[in-house]
Design a protein around this ligand. Structure first.
Ligand code: HEM
Length: 494
């Protein structure tokens, strides 16, 4: 009897194994390049991974499989593929992958950008969209934006009188840092000491370290070993940043109740004290959200502005057309007001085209919560999903002459960047799309309009417009590799 049982168990085990192997065989994974042992396809990605992945997708298809170290990764590079990931299967792909840096910098992925999909993420997303990034809240900072932009224009007017070469990259970065700090903290921190280096230097370190290729993101078991020493640096930096945020919260404790125009710290403290959040919401959560708002807002908006100005300098006829519109709508007697923006249709398509040609977040990262099948391809639970919006924005099947800056392509077209049209995704789409889009677009439009309206711009050292480079530096935010330099001349009557 025992013998018969033994035979039965062995037979069943063999059958189960056979079935398992067969299922594995029947699973069809998306096509992809041949990889190396251990590294997978990591060696195929250089300093511009969005371009490398674009090239690979041209060969292997819009839904492509690559193995980044130990992490199975699906890359979506077409309109259809993006729609599948961000709409059809958005509920399955709405998770964020493990990100070693945000474990240390963002209080264990407690921030919105890297929060795991689930109840916590849903709660803080709602809190941010309702209380911090609503149209009403954005509007409440209008006079602050006016004041900061006017300060920049005044300083540029002096440079214009002396025919000085202006670093437009540095100016847009500094303006956006001022705008963000004023909105988030209620004051500017650019010149204040932080860790003896200054606010800007520390934030730049945070951005740089967050984007640095970290072995722990590709080989999770190496995270704890920290071969590159990145985790140690991140821990040091997070301590400095944490002390800075603690100090700011302390400063707000007594002052915030009487204020009329509440900054983000005031608003978050009100929520904490009222218990309105209906989930555990303490100083750690406030700090993680403040961290997000700073890092997500500052350089994205500055770089988008920088790229649009680059293309305007490369295309003087577009610059002239925009100036003509500004002259007709605003006149040369005054500066642009935010209320003018809705009447500036050409500005609208210039900004759209700039965001298409230069998405500052060319790749964005999701993770699969379950096994699923997309276009007959198997996607296993825990796979990293990369949406290559750079490749989609330059797909010749969707955009004629995709490498050219042609705002007119949007004339008579309803295609917009709000997430409904999967050929234009600078802010993503679906559950994890950018909640700061309205704020970002308001600032980009205002700053571009103001700079183009107040000044004529000329390239220095006899550089011809068509020779102005568009070299990119990939990172959390993809910006110009070299600063954008130009000489302003005053345009307005006073
Ligand atoms: C997420 C783009 C400005 C806050 C994102 C994503 C993109 C993006 C592509 C990821 C979408 C995805 O994973 O599917 C941009 C661009 C900006 C900009 C191009 C400027 C031109 C801002 C601003 C804020 C902000 C001003 C806030 C003040 C966020 C947050 C997330 C996010 C919190 C994460 C949302 C989540 O995971 O639920 N942004 N963004 N962004 N953005 Fe923006």
């Amino acid at each position: 009897m025992t013998f018969i049982w033994a035979i039965l168990v062995v037979a069943l085990s063999v059958y189960a194994l056979y079935e398992l192997l067969n299922i594995q065989k029947r699973k069809r994974y998306p096509p992809g390049p041949t990889g190396l042992p251990i590294l997978g396809h990591l060696h195929l990605l250089g300093k511009n991974p969005h371009k490398d992945l674009q090239k690979l997708a041209k060969k292997h298809g819009p839904i492509m499989y690559v193995q980044l170290g130990l992490v199975p990764t699906i890359v979506a590079s077409s309109v259809d593929a993006a729609e599948k990931v961000l709409k059809t299967y958005d509920h399955i792909f709405a998770n964020r992958p493990h990100h070693e840096a945000s474990q240390h910098l963002a209080y264990g992925q407690k921030n919105l950008v890297f929060a795991k999909y689930g109840v916590y993420w849903r709660n803080i997303r709602k809190l941010c969209t309702v209380h911090l990034l609503s149209n009403q809240k954005i509007h409440s900072f209008q006079s602050m934006r006016k004041q900061e932009v006017e300060l920049l224009i005044e300083s540029l007017k002096k440079e214009a009188r002396d025919r000085v070469v202006v670093d437009l990259s540095a100016n847009t970065t500094s303006l956006n840092a001022n705008l963000t700090c004023s909105m988030v903290f209620g004051k500017k921190y650019m010149d204040e000491d932080l860790d003896k280096r200054g606010f800007k230097a520390v934030v730049q370190d945070v951005v740089h370290l967050s984007a640095a290729p970290n072995l722990g993101d590709f080989f999770p078991f190496l995270g704890a070993i920290d071969l590159q020493g990145i985790t140690r640096k991140l821990k040091d930096l997070s301590k400095v940043f944490d002390e800075f945020l603690e100090k700011i919260i302390d400063e707000h404790v007594h002052a915030h109740e009487q204020k009329q125009n509440k900054d983000f710290v005031d608003t978050l403290m009100d929520i904490m004290q009222s218990g309105e959040a209906k989930f555990q919401f303490d100083r750690r959560h406030i700090k993680a959200i403040l961290f997000d708002m700073l890092i997500a807002a500052m350089d994205t908006t500055a770089s988008s502005t920088e790229w649009i100005l680059t293309e305007l300098l490369r295309h003087p006829q577009v610059m002239k057309k925009l100036q003509k519109e500004l002259q007709e709508v605003v006149g040369l007697d005054r500066m642009v007001e935010e209320s003018d923006l809705e009447n500036l249709n050409y500005l609208d398509i210039v900004v759209k085209e700039g965001l298409r040609l230069h998405p500052v977040a060319p790749l964005f990262y999701h993770e699969s919560l379950e096994d699923c099948v997309v276009d007959d391809f198997h996607v296993q639970k825990g796979s990293r999903i990369i949406i290559n919006c750079y490749a989609i924005h330059r797909d010749p099947n969707v955009w004629p002459e995709p490498e050219k800056f042609l705002p007119e392509r949007f004339v008579g077209s309803s295609v917009d960047f709000r997430g409904r049209d999967f050929q234009l995704l600078p802010f993503g789409s679906g559950r994890r799309s950018c909640p700061g889009m309205q704020l970002a677009v308001t600032i980009v439009r205002l700053v571009v309009a103001q700079l183009v309206h107040c000044f004529e711009w000329e390239l220095p050292n006899g550089i011809q417009p068509c020779d102005l480079d568009v070299d990119e530096k990939f990172g959390i935010v993809t910006c110009r590799e070299k600063p954008l330099l130009a000489i302003p001349t005053n345009r307005l009557k006073k």
